[in-house]
Ligand binder design. Structure first.
Ligand SMILES: Cc1ncc(COP(=O)(O)O)c(C=O)c1O
Length: 377
């Protein structure tokens, strides 16, 4: 449901186009739940999920740190008065001049997953703390991130030993079990790999001190994802303790979606309700928002948002599409979406759980549409 604060906001504002509103109190509540669930772990908010300055300020005020993917994100976080020692440069793919710039800003924590990146870091961020990302299974994630990032456990071992030999701080290891990970046990398998890696490195005299557990904590969508973050934390922290006992370790989590997804709601509008012929085929409902102005994660129908309206007609499955003249701008067709039978053009709809990966995926002026408007309340 829409939180009372968001409902009041949308009721009070005359809004013309689609707009996402993020409730900062909900962000704070999720932050506190994550902190309690993953007790002892530092929270590095993955700002790619939603870099609204008000969210950054709230996370900073709560004592959070920041996972940044680019120099632009680093500069944004620094511009909010955050100290560079609360920033991790978590992208494994960086231009060398960008590494140098981040290092000059004072950033000292960097991800890598290859020899070529290690060489850049050695030259341009000498002595920095490094963590090596390993490949992890992304089964049961709605938005997998596998393959593009990370290396094998064997290669990670070689790289971290080499990093140490070259005078870098071989600090730790990271993995990402895939975004919107539906199974909290997904972390345990990766932690087994980390255990083997650490044992090898201990034997080589390179004692790693940090595990970055990545993101993957879920938001609430329409397809019955478990959302009890406390359960996630309990399962993951138990797996850490089972694997590593009382070994002192810095733990990092990098929630994006799990922190801000549920805090946002998009108000949008029905533009057209039509049929392609007079058969029983489903109606098409076209909204003023689609894949190009905020709902990119409906690609392959991966993320299925909850959508509410004020109509109470019996729900009938519809094909739900966006407003642009591009035929891929269809959100749900393979699995049609139940919408009230009396839905009309001009009706408002509220798309829930849209605080993450909406504004940042929104195109600039595709079909002349402005990027998704965003406010924080
Ligand atoms: C390195 C890294 N950390 C954290 C995240 C955030 O993941 P999630 O939104 O699933 O929490 C991402 C997402 O792409 C990522 O690439």
């Amino acid at each position: 449901m829409v939180s009372p604060r968001l409902a009041d906001y949308f009721a009070a504002e005359a809004i013309d186009g689609p707009r996402v509103a993020v409730d900062l109190e909900l962000v704070e509540a999720r932050y506190n739940t994550l902190a309690a669930a993953f007790r002892g772990a530092d929270i590095f908010y993955a700002i790619k999920a939603n870099p609204a300055p008000e969210i950054l300020d709230r996370v900073a005020a709560l004592g959070g740190c920041f996972d940044c993917a680019s120099i632009g994100e680093i500069e944004l976080v620094l511009s909010r008065g955050v100290s560079p020692n609360r920033i991790s440069f978590g992208n494994t793919i960086k231009k060398e001049r960008v590494i140098r710039q981040a290092f000059e800003y004072g950033v000292r924590l960097f991800a890598f997953d290859s020899m070529a990146e290690l060489e850049k870091l050695e030259r341009s961020a000498p002595g920095a703390s490094l963590f090596c990302r390993i490949l992890a299974e992304n089964d049961s994630a709605d938005w997998p991130l596998s393959r593009k990032f990370g290396c094998s456990v064997a290669m990670a071992g070689d790289l971290l030993i080499e990093a140490d030999r070259r005078g870098m701080d071989a600090y730790g290891v990271s993995f990402h079990v895939g975004s919107q990970q539906k199974n909290p046990r997904a972390w345990a398998q990766a932690l087994g790999d980390v255990g083997r890696l650490m044992a090898r490195l201990d034997a080589a005299g390179v004692g790693l001190r940090m595990i970055n557990l990545g993101g993957g904590m879920p938001a609430t969508y329409d397809n019955s994802t478990p959302t009890d973050l406390l359960e996630y934390g309990a399962v993951v922290i138990a797996a850490v303790r089972e694997q590593f006992g009382t070994r002192p370790l810095d733990l990092i989590i990098e929630p994006g979606r799990g922190l801000v997804g549920d805090a946002g709601v998009i108000q949008a509008e029905v533009v057209l309700v039509s049929k392609k012929d007079d058969s029983a085929a489903p109606r098409w409902v076209y909204l003023d928002i689609g894949k190009f102005n905020g709902l990119a994660e409906t690609m392959d129908e991966a993320i299925r948002y909850k959508i509410v309206t004020l109509r109470d007609g019996a729900p009938e499955p519809v094909v739900l599409a966006g407003p642009t003249c591009d035929s891929v701008d269809v959100m749900y067709e393979k699995n049609p979406y139940p919408m009230p039978s009396d839905l009309q053009p001009g009706d408002k709809v509220w798309i829930l759980g849209t605080g993450a990966y909406t504004t940042t995926y929104s195109a600039v002026a595709f079909n002349g549409l402005p990027p998704l408007e965003s406010v924080c309340i």
